[in-house]
Design a protein around this ligand. Structure first.
Ligand SMILES: *Cc1c(COP(=O)(O)O)cnc(C)c1O
Length: 545
């Protein structure tokens, strides 16, 4: 391995020690070592007066877990863009060394090469936009090449590079770093190449939170490689690449309870990509479209059509790639309504998805971390994980019988008891429902059920915006499955408050499990007509709910 570093590192930085400074606050210490201001500015949400850690430990741990690698195998950077720049700085001597790319590909490789004064070897993709491993290997070996960039899925062509091709290139090009840019891998039906790191000392993988995790504005990229390569890159890393507010906000956005929502959104984007890929070829404005494993589609527009003008008139921005040929554009996959707008301009917008009432809530306190995604206009998916089996089952009843989709994940202080988790889940679900309801236009507003066959629960609901609970059911304190009986009225009290609803519940029965379940099911059944959209009017003589 040291052998590899000797071969690829710029000799003039080989002896450079990484910049070392304290960074971050130190509990109980008097910090007079960095010329910082002892006061943070008014309103600062953290110790912004202190320089941040160069590689903040909590974030390193979280990202290592996210990508399934060890902490010493990664380096956090200001976006993957900075990682590309660091690779050039650490390896390429100006006017001497080369990087190899396979165009058409991500433009920044070429820009970073120019900035560093490195040469660029171009081995074009073939007519199907696939890489040509034989040519790549031959070209890399016959020049002083330090870096081989393989973008998979490739931007802008959207296709994935076969794992065996990457492995073969890395095996044969042992004097080079083989950099696999996986900026879009989360959208592909393929797993990351991180597992190959054990066998391939010269493999480098680039990741970003900008695409699949919706954090382009936070600027957070990751280099993943074996420790000697990471240590080399540290030598050229700026002293404090990550701003403190970014560290805090990214950690909060990547809370493990949010992962189910990220996964659902990735799945939605993939489904929408398929919808566009299927519908767009029906348009006279499209000449060709390429399959994509990323969150965008490369298309060739009919050069005789005025589609570019119509897109502009509708304020729909797509990316021009006319350098690849007349009419070539890259279209990012948006929300269903954005894609509807796009399809309409292309004249193939018949399957308009109704404007869906959705909301997400993420709530993090010292007692609980909870996130929820609610969609009132579809029935799937329903996925509830609160850590309390019986409560999961009960919330699932609300969603199933209510006919709406919920993904709710909670991590609470269950070692104390279930109270905080149950209450906060009720708050989050109710807030998500309330937010999704918006101005409540068109809803049925009222819901009720008559006695259910075996369990005799009677529930009436008015989504009036005004909280009130009437609860009349005798539930023994011991409850069911670690779910205390007194939590039942508490859940609905919380729901009434945070949903803004009058909820009236009466139930009786012999078996506690049945009574509780009948209440939750009945609540869902009562919600169903109350949430359902019947028109557009606000169902109140006041005109406001
Ligand atoms: C968007 C993109 C990046 C940049 O990611 P950031 O983390 O936002 O800098 C890197 N590589 C490719 C191929 C991209 O398309």
């Amino acid at each position: 391995m040291d052998d590899l570093i000797e071969k690829i590192a710029r000799p003039d930085i080989a002896d450079l020690a990484p910049y070392r400074a304290r960074g971050g606050a130190v509990d109980g210490a008097v910090l007079l070592d960095a010329n910082e201001n002892p006061w943070a500015p008014p309103g600062a949400k953290g110790a912004w007066n202190r320089y941040p850690e160069q590689q903040p430990a909590p974030l390193v741990t979280r990202i290592a877990d996210l990508y399934g690698v060890d902490s010493d195998q990664l380096l956090l950077t200001r976006g993957a863009d900075e990682a590309i720049d660091l690779l050039f700085r650490a390896t390429c001597r100006a006017g001497v060394d080369y990087a190899l790319i396979s165009p058409p590909t991500f433009g920044l490789y070429g820009v970073a090469a120019k900035v560093q004064g490195a040469g660029l070897l171009e081995v074009s993709l073939d007519e199907n936009y696939a890489i040509v491993p034989d040519k790549i290997i031959a070209a890399a070996r016959s020049n002083s090449t330090k870096l081989i960039f393989l973008c998979s899925p490739n931007n802008p062509t959207g296709n994935l590079i076969a794992r065996q091709d990457v492995v073969r290139i890395a095996h044969e090009c042992t004097d080079q770093l083989v950099v696999v840019d996986e900026a879009y891998i989360e959208f592909a039906e393929a797993s990351s190449l991180t597992k190959e790191l054990a066998d391939l000392q010269n493999l480098v993988i680039l990741k970003t939170l900008s695409k699949a995790y919706g954090l382009a504005g936070a600027r957070l990229g990751t280099v993943i490689a074996n420790a000697p390569v990471i240590n080399l890159l540290r030598k050229v890393l700026p002293p404090y690449p990550l701003p403190s507010p970014v560290i805090t906000e990214v950690l909060s956005a990547l809370a493990p309870v949010n992962m189910a929502i990220f996964n659902e959104r990735i799945a939605q984007l993939k489904a929408e990509r398929q919808r566009l890929y299927t519908a767009l070829p029906g348009s006279n404005d499209i000449q060709e479209i390429w399959p994509s494993a990323a969150n965008f589609l490369l298309v060739k527009l009919n050069t005789k059509s005025d589609i570019q003008v119509r897109l502009q008139a509708s304020a729909i921005h797509v990316r021009d790639f006319s350098a690849l040929g007349e009419g070539m554009v890259r279209i990012s996959v948006g929300m269903p309504k954005h894609n509807d707008a796009l399809l309409t301009v292309f004249g193939v917008g018949q399957n308009k998805t109704p404007n869906r009432r959705t909301a997400t809530i993420s709530r993090q306190t010292k007692e609980t971390q909870i996130s929820a995604l609610v969609d009132l206009d579809v029935a799937e998916p329903v996925s509830i994980q609160t850590g309390i089996g019986f409560f999961d089952h009960m919330l699932e009843q609300i969603a199933r019988h209510g006919g709406f989709s919920v993904i709710l994940t909670a991590k609470g202080d269950l070692h104390i008891d279930e109270h905080h988790t149950v209450e906060d889940c009720a708050i989050v679900l109710a807030q998500a429902l309330r937010q999704a309801l918006g101005d409540r236009a068109g809803i049925g507003r009222y819901g009720f059920v008559l006695p259910m066959d075996e369990a005799q629960a009677r529930i009436a609901i008015d989504l009036s915006g005004r909280p009130a609970l009437r609860f009349d059911a005798n539930i023994p304190d011991e409850g069911v499955g670690g779910f205390g009986g007194q939590m039942v009225p508490h859940v609905f009290e919380t729901m009434a408050q945070h949903l803004g609803a009058a909820i009236q519940i009466e139930a009786e029965g012999q078996n506690t499990h049945h009574v509780i379940e009948a209440i939750f099911k009945g609540f869902g059944r009562a919600l169903r007509p109350a949430l359902a959209r019947e028109g557009t009017a606000i169902p109140s003589s006041k005109g406001v709910l």
